[in-house]
Design a protein around this ligand. Structure first.
Ligand SMILES: *Cc1c(COP(=O)(O)O)cnc(C)c1O
Ligand code: SF4
Length: 358
């Protein structure tokens, strides 16, 4: 495969040729006023040649996701690296146990690209965050807690582990009798679809029921390569869902969001969540208002298939958990009746299983 005029033999070759310094970046986009070096010192850059090839021009939706911006340092509106208190809800290192029956298990700190808006900006790319020892400790915690019925592998990106390492983890989890479902949160289907090899899929297939949630934010990310990768996963009988983060100037527009969601179901990826952005230090320039999100949801209802509709979610600061945000359809509700408007704004009164238009 060729990107930007260079040949790459496989996903590892792509990954190993990622752009991580300002000098490397300037070879592709000669734009000296970006101050990349100063941002990278605090928040590393990592853009693989595939994702880089999708960037067409400065500040396009993919550039904004991948290329460091001085706003990461200058915009001080958000001051916490961990507003959701993940570190406080971590009984052992790399396990986040917020809800009774499901845990997040961080098994990788690498990603195929470092998204500038990442909620785990505090740890992405750090060498020491995941080791054989932290994986062992996490597995032991899960096996000792029989209230846990679902394990969510996250990171970083779990699918950047080597096949045999990933298989070891999946195998160990699958032998814990109280764990019924494994879920993997991975962005590689979008940022490095070449990672979805036949061998990887044959590994994953052995650990059903397995759910994969991926992360597309813009229709420009749904390329032929991404579609092929999604097909390999779904053809293996693995459920594939998507979470999108609502991001300013990237997808905070009803029509752009509609296009993304419709294209996702064409490639058999079920939209799962639309996340309101977390208040992470260094990401405030991506902020949108809750009303923007609600307006998008209001537009989508009625204008797209119900299959396309994600839940719009807010992850409460301080670790309160996720809650769905829904446009207000109910205007008034009593024991006897409910006054409600539909997606067109028409008002109905609902009584005893009967709706009367008013
Ligand atoms: C988001 C999240 C989950 C998964 O929540 P779902 O609603 O099941 O997708 C689990 N644990 C933590 C700590 C989370 O932040
Ligand atoms: S792939 Fe996920 S974990 Fe990695 S940088 Fe992007 S948002 Fe963060």
């Amino acid at each position: 495969m060729n990107y930007n005029g260079k040949f790459y033999k496989n996903w590892e070759h792509l990954l190993n040729n990622s752009v991580i310094t300002e000098k490397q970046f300037l070879k592709y986009f000669n734009n000296k006023d970006l101050f990349l070096s100063s941002v990278i010192k605090k928040y590393p850059m990592f853009i693989n040649p595939y994702y880089l090839s999708l960037i067409v021009k400065k500040n396009d939706p993919l550039w904004l996701q991948a290329v460091p911006s001085v706003s990461e340092l200058n915009n001080c509106e958000y001051t916490s690296d961990d507003p959701l208190n993940e570190n406080l809800q971590s009984p052992v290192v790399n396990i986040i146990h917020r809800y009774p029956a499901r845990v997040i298990f961080l098994v990788s700190n690498r990603c195929a690209m470092y998204c500038r808006f990442c909620m785990r900006k505090r740890r992405i790319g750090l060498e020491s965050a995941v080791t054989g020892k932290t994986i062992e400790t996490g597995l032991r915690y899960i096996s000792k807690n029989n209230s846990i019925n679902e394990v969510i592998l996250s990171g970083g990106d779990p699918l950047l582990l080597k096949d045999d390492c990933l298989e070891m983890i999946l195998d160990r989890i699958s032998h814990i009798s109280h764990v019924k479902v494994i879920r993997i949160h991975s962005r590689v289907l979008c940022t490095l679809p070449h990672r979805i090899t036949k061998n990887l899929v044959s590994v994953l297939k052995r650990y059903q029921p397995l759910y994969i949630i991926t992360h597309f934010n813009h229709i420009f990310e749904i390329t032929r390569e991404a579609e092929t990768a999604c097909n390999l996963v779904t053809d293996a009988g693995i459920f594939l869902g998507n979470q999108t983060v609502l991001l300013k100037n990237i997808n905070d527009d009803p029509v752009i969001m509609k296009k993304l969601l419709e294209r996702l179901i064409e490639i058999r990826v079920k939209p799962y969540y639309l996340h309101h952005m977390d208040q992470i230090r260094g990401t405030a320039h991506f902020k949108t208002s809750i009303n923007t999100g609600l307006d998008i949801m209001k537009f989508l209802r009625g204008n797209i298939s119900g299959i396309c509709l994600p839940h719009y979610m807010l992850d409460l600061p301080s670790g309160g958990g996720k809650i769905p945000l829904t446009p207000q359809y109910i205007k008034k509700i009593t024991d006897k009746e409910m006054v409600i408007h539909n997606y067109k704004g028409e008002v109905y009164t609902y009584r005893e299983n009967r709706a009367v238009k008013s």
